[in-house]
Design a protein around this ligand. Sequence first.
Ligand SMILES: [Zn+2]
Length: 264
Amino acid sequence: MSVADQIVYLMYHELELPGRALCDPDPGYVRYVVSVSDFKSQMSWLKDQGWKGQSVTQALSGATSPAVVITFDDGAQTDLITAAPILQDAGFGATFYITTGFLGKPGYLTHSQVRELADQGFDIGCHSATHPYLSDLPKERLRSEILDPKLQLEQIIGRAVENFSCPGGRWNTRVAEITRESGYRSMATSQTRANSAKTDPFCLGRVAIMRGTPLPVFQRLCSGRGLWKLQIAELARSSAKSLLGNGGYDRLRALLLHRAESRQ
Ligand SMILES: [Zn+2]
């Protein structure tokens, strides 16, 4: 398949505004926080090149080309106050995956702010109730993390919530099954790869845009080029996860990140 048949789903989290505290100061979290100026340059570049930014719903009902899908996880307040106006300016759609248990917490969206995002025409997706690693949970807990927050979000925005993304990118076939049974149309993971019309919508890949990603690297990622470098790193991470388990992997990762930070 040629690169042109594929569409890259970008994954963002909180954006950093000068002088504004982040939702979480942990280095493992901050790695995923992109500065507002970098985000602006990325969106301007896409627009200037004639690319479209689409929501997951738009892409699944027929992607335009050239285009990327723009997604945000967690439901930080910067989704509305920072990302939305930049996306509106560019005429781009996006999907905001909300963790319902975070609603109203410091730095996160409130109920009415989620409604406002939906009213502005953005796609509201679900990112679980409490942000656990779903692959670690028994079946009964999965429903309360996948179906219950969908119903809650639908109450808040008054329309269907059809797209789900997995916290920490952790998923397995049982998670995909429950997501499908709960009435979603898609499930996004954090597996680094582009999607095509042939991709299983319950196993959509996404490309994480990390803090400090240089613009030329961003440009390559949007075209689906150079993803193999990230896939190699991902392979190493998933081997470590299966060796250590999710908990052991997180402890090792935290240790290494804190050590790297203290060296700076
Ligand atoms: Zn998340």
